[in-house]
Design a protein around this ligand. Structure first.
Ligand code: GLU
Length: 312
């Protein structure tokens, strides 16, 4: 059976039931809205090349996208700066936490777009002369990736802005290094709002699929970003998307992905499918515990590992 056929028939509700038994991990408590998340929320979705969207139970439950937004901010920054974002941000893994107060030695650039320093900068680089215009551009761009109009959870945006002390520190550090050209507080405001965009597993899976299919949204048919942008973004997801757990992820799951503190994981399996899992309890590296297991099972069952046995 081909991989596409497997993705069409794999029983997502059975997989959901299977991972729900896993009780490890703890829910992020950096803001009250995340601390209040239901630890037993669990939803999965897959999007196939023909635009078919398959979801398990709870694949329609809304949550804030958090760091799963970072690949898409990078894509929009590459698009809006005509690739200049690649000169202003590194693309090397850090081996450190997502919010480490650290820039590249010698250049003062963020190490990569998948950690907070990089995402603060990509969010500042999209088109728009002021905070409101950049926020508008980001929500519009993310909606194109999702193939539907997305909204912002205003309470989450406010909490992220007020309580994101490490993000404020990173923005000031980038100002001091001359890396960030907009005001530090403005940069945090725009990034906080991007993290607060509401998605569900289905929408996030379509976003992942748009990157997996070379920048064309398989549901709307819209070309959202050029193929080269999608390839650059998926490459950096593969090397940096799961923070200091990226090596373990690549070995065990082998699919470019981005994790987030809301417990979401977005998957982009090039040319094969997009996917998303939401389950709030996180491991020490900020990866959803059930999400990881679900992705390991999917990767094995659908033969998704990018370094898998293509010769058999
Ligand atoms: N909003 C979170 C922060 O910047 C995102 C982190 C994550 O999802 O890993 O702290």
């Amino acid at each position: 059976m081909s991989r596409a056929a497997d993705a069409r028939t794999v029983d997502l509700d059975a997989l959901r039931e299977r991972v729900l038994g896993e009780q490890g991990g703890s829910v992020d408590d950096s803001i009250p809205q995340l601390a209040d998340a239901d630890p037993d929320l669990c939803g999965l979705a897959l999007v196939l090349t023909d635009g078919t969207v398959r979801g398990s139970a709870q694949a329609d439950v809304a949550f804030s996208v958090q760091s799963a937004v970072k690949p898409f901010l990078f894509a929009l920054a590459l698009l809006d700066t005509d690739g200049e974002a690649l000169d202003r941000i590194g693309i090397e893994p850090t081996g450190e936490a997502f919010d480490a107060i650290k820039l590249e030695t010698g250049t003062g650039r963020p190490p990569n777009p998948m950690v907070n320093a990089g995402a603060l900068l990509t969010a500042a680089m999209v088109d728009g002369d002021d905070v409101a215009a950049r926020e508008e551009r980001i929500v519009r761009g993310l909606s194109a990736f999702a193939g539907r109009d997305l909204e912002v959870d205003e309470d989450v945006a406010q909490s992220e802005h007020l309580l994101g002390d490490r993000n404020h520190a990173l923005a000031h550090l980038m100002r001091a290094e001359g890396t960030l050209s907009v005001g530090a507080d403005d940069a945090v405001a725009v990034y906080a709002r991007a993290c607060a965009v509401l998605v569900d597993a289905r929408a996030l899976a379509v976003m992942g699929a748009t990157l997996a299919f070379g920048g064309v949204n398989p549901v709307s048919g819209e070309r959202v970003v050029p193929e080269g942008v999608a390839r650059d973004v998926v490459s950096v997801m593969a090397t940096c998307g799961v923070y200091d757990g990226s090596g373990r992820w690549m070995r065990g799951v082998g699919v470019p992905a981005k994790s987030s503190v809301s417990g979401a994981i977005v998957l982009s399996a090039p040319g094969v499918l997009g996917g998303a899992v939401i389950s709030p309890p996180l491991d020490e590296q900020g990866t959803s515990v059930r999400g990881r297991i679900a992705c390991e099972v999917l990767s094995a069952e659908l033969d998704l590992h990018v370094f898998g046995s293509r010769w058999s």
